[in-house]
Design a protein around this ligand. Structure first.
Ligand code: ADP
Ligand code: ADP
Length: 232
């Protein structure tokens, strides 16, 4: 089954002569329990596809689903709740709250939802991302790689159906990037989670199980990653 999918997805920005067709009829599913990378040249529609699949932006036509839930059928309040409760996000720019500690940033989604979350799961995540000795630090006291590891822990904290990562290694040096990619891989292959990652970097995409290729807003190809790092 697909944790997320889009069907007949069309996204047009603007109108008239200046309209840009960022997605031009895309059908793609992101299977549960898999790590899928979305690749393609700059401007091919990767971010647009991710944002529409994750309910951060709306399609011009076609449909986006998280599980069986069609996003276009939800009002704003329900869409906000769905993003909060069923989706995790990792962005290029980390997007941590600077005034909160590492521990508070990680539990923020649960605190916002008014739930305590699964304490064992949170503790396991803290160990997996290797931040046990940084829990009371604030983001500015951490390296970029450490900040992104906090963002990864936060994304998985509420046990969402799917985590979307938009160029998660874009601001990291290659070593820190490898660590973050390794964590995403472990979350999928070791902890049974689902990840969809946008990247233009073939080295990053090689960590995924499967790669879908976009060009000019269309799905060009879909393949098993020949080099997926399947070591937990
Ligand atoms: P990618 O992530 O592959 O670089 P994007 O999804 O960001 O591609 O962009 C796809 C196309 O849509 C590009 O031509 C881009 O210029 C255009 N585009 C993206 N966002 C907007 C926007 N908010 N307004 C107008 N055009 C946009
Ligand atoms: P950029 O394209 O400049 O890198 P981001 O990837 O940080 O921007 O954010 C893309 C979009 O996602 C923005 O519209 C932003 O408001 C939204 N966004 C960022 N963080 C979250 C979040 N945690 N939950 C929901 N939406 C978010």
């Amino acid at each position: 089954t697909d944790a997320a999918r889009v069907s007949g997805a069309v996204k047009v920005y603007g109108s008239g002569d200046t309209a840009v067709r960022a997605l031009d009829g895309v059908d793609v599913g992101f299977p549960a329990g898999r790590f899928t990378a979305i690749m393609g040249p700059s401007g091919s529609g990767k971010s647009t596809l991710m944002h529409c699949a994750a309910g951060l932006d709306t399609l011009t036509s076609g449909a986006a689903f998280i599980g069986d839930t069609e996003l276009g059928a939800l009002d704003d309040r329900r869409l906000t709740l769905l993003r909060r409760d069923r989706i995790g996000f990792v962005f290029q720019a980390f997007n941590l709250v600077p005034t909160l500690t590492v521990a508070e940033n990680i539990t923020l989604p649960m605190d916002l939802a008014g739930t305590r979350g699964d304490r064992e799961w949170t503790e396991a995540l803290i160990d997996v991302v290797g931040l046990r000795d940084r829990l009371h630090h604030r983001p500015a006291e951490l390296s970029g790689g450490q900040q992104q590891r906090v963002a990864v822990a936060r994304a998985f904290a509420g046990q969402p159906d799917v985590v979307f990562a938009d160029e998660p290694t874009g601001n990291l040096d290659s070593r820190a990037g490898e660590e973050v990619l390794g964590l995403l891989g472990r979350a999928v292959r070791g902890m049974g989670r689902t990840v969809v990652m946008v990247t233009h970097d073939p080295v990053a995409a090689a960590h995924a199980d499967e790669v879908v290729f976009l060009a000019d807003g269309r799905l060009m190809d879909r393949m098993e990653s020949p080099t997926a790092d399947r070591v937990l």
